[in-house]
Design a protein around this ligand. Structure first.
Ligand SMILES: [Zn+2]
Length: 92
């Protein structure tokens, strides 16, 4: 189990939309920011690199809490140096 502190909406050209949560250390919060997350990721539906961070006004930040079942997220990946997307089956 690990904590997430916020989320961002990603949308693909195929119409698939997902809320991606951020593990603590990915993009923040604050001084805990260790690495960015990618602006563009592979869509779990159509498998194209067409899923981008959209609707920035819908970004969320909250007190860190445990990730919940069904939530997609960016995992802290120190080897890659960039948040790694993990897609869960349930849609945003
Ligand atoms: Zn797609």
């Amino acid at each position: 189990m690990f904590n997430v502190w916020g989320s961002m909406v990603y949308r693909c050209k195929c119409g698939n939309e997902k809320r991606m949560h951020l593990e603590v250390g990915v993009e923040g919060p604050g001084k805990q920011n260790e690495m960015p997350c990618p602006f563009c990721i592979v869509c779990p539906d159509c498998h194209k690199l067409d899923m981008v961070h959209v609707d920035w006004a819908r970004d969320e930040a909250f007190a860190p809490r445990g990730i919940q079942k069904g939530e997609s997220y960016f995992r802290l990946d120190r080897k890659a140096g960039c948040g790694r997307p993990v897609h869960q089956v349930n849609k945003a």
